[in-house]
Design a protein around this ligand. Structure first.
Ligand code: ZN
Length: 264
């Protein structure tokens, strides 16, 4: 049983018994790991802010091969990202990034580019203008999918490699643009606006932090729906981003008061 040190970003925690916690962490060097933090629910906890979701922390743990849970020895916070995200929209988008990693990544293989991508997304959620947050989340979703081998195909028909349709026919099922012939036979095709397609190409290729510069909010709404369909088709474990649902509810126009009969 080796004592291992790594840094990682806390995705979520669960209570374990009366005093302990199970902590899911996306680590830089050991992929996704679950730690048992004994005594973490006592107040004050010896772990402080290190186990809070969104924190980037240094972890020392006993690594047991072939086990799902590892005993945490020490944890020390390096950057308490969550403590600075005081606006609800920033917090919701940052949590959406954690949710995506928790859903789509498993296993203990390290993936340095994914780890860096998650850090960029969290920085984006802190620093980007509030109006650019949907674009940051979109860029993170698209680039995460690309790293996992599901980069949307935009340069040629995703089915047969023919030149793509001038109508910008995107198939979430096929994972990219289609030619005219394939578009005619495929269900669920979405015809993108020229601006949305241009944004999509930029979001795939440019740094996540700059995403707000390419996509205006109305386009982000169009793209978020298409990309969500794409994710549902290709990642069984993806069930939509629950963290963003609270924002949708808050941003929806207020429902009119229901008509009521006279008081009795
Ligand atoms: Zn085709």
């Amino acid at each position: 049983m080796a004592l291992v040190t790594t840094e990682g970003i806390v995705l979520k925690t669960h209570a374990l018994g009366d005093t302990s916690r199970i902590v899911s962490v996306y680590t830089r060097d050991h992929g996704l790991r679950k730690f048992v933090a004994k005594g973490a629910r006592r107040t004050p906890s010896r772990f402080g802010y290190a186990l809070e979701p969104l924190s980037r922390s240094r972890f020392v743990f006993y690594m047991k091969p072939d086990r799902d849970l590892h005993l945490l020895s020490k944890a020390e916070v390096l950057d308490a990202v969550g403590s600075r995200l005081t606006e609800l929209s920033r917090l919701a988008h940052a949590q959406a990034s954690l949710e995506l990693v928790d859903r789509l990544i498993w296993g203990e293989e390290p993936h340095a580019r994914l780890y860096a991508l998650l850090m960029q997304a969290l920085t984006g959620c802190e620093e980007a203008p509030v109006g650019a947050l949907p674009a940051v989340t979109l860029a993170f979703q698209l680039q995460l999918a690309s790293e996992l081998g599901y980069r949307p195909r935009l340069d040629q028909c995703a089915v047969d490699g023919e030149p793509v349709s001038q109508r910008r026919a995107f198939s979430p099922t096929r994972g990219g643009l289609l030619c005219d012939r394939c578009a005619a036979h495929e269900g669920g095709v979405v015809f993108l606006s020229p601006e949305a397609l241009a944004s999509l190409a930029l979001l795939l290729s440019r740094p996540v932090l700059e995403a707000g510069e390419y996509v205006e909010l109305p386009r982000a709404g169009e793209l978020l729906r298409v990309i969500e369909d794409f994710f549902r088709m290709h990642f069984q474990r993806f069930q939509g981003l629950r963290s963003l649902e609270v924002l949708r509810v808050l941003e929806a126009p207020e429902a009119p008061e229901p008509e009521r009969g006279p008081e009795r």
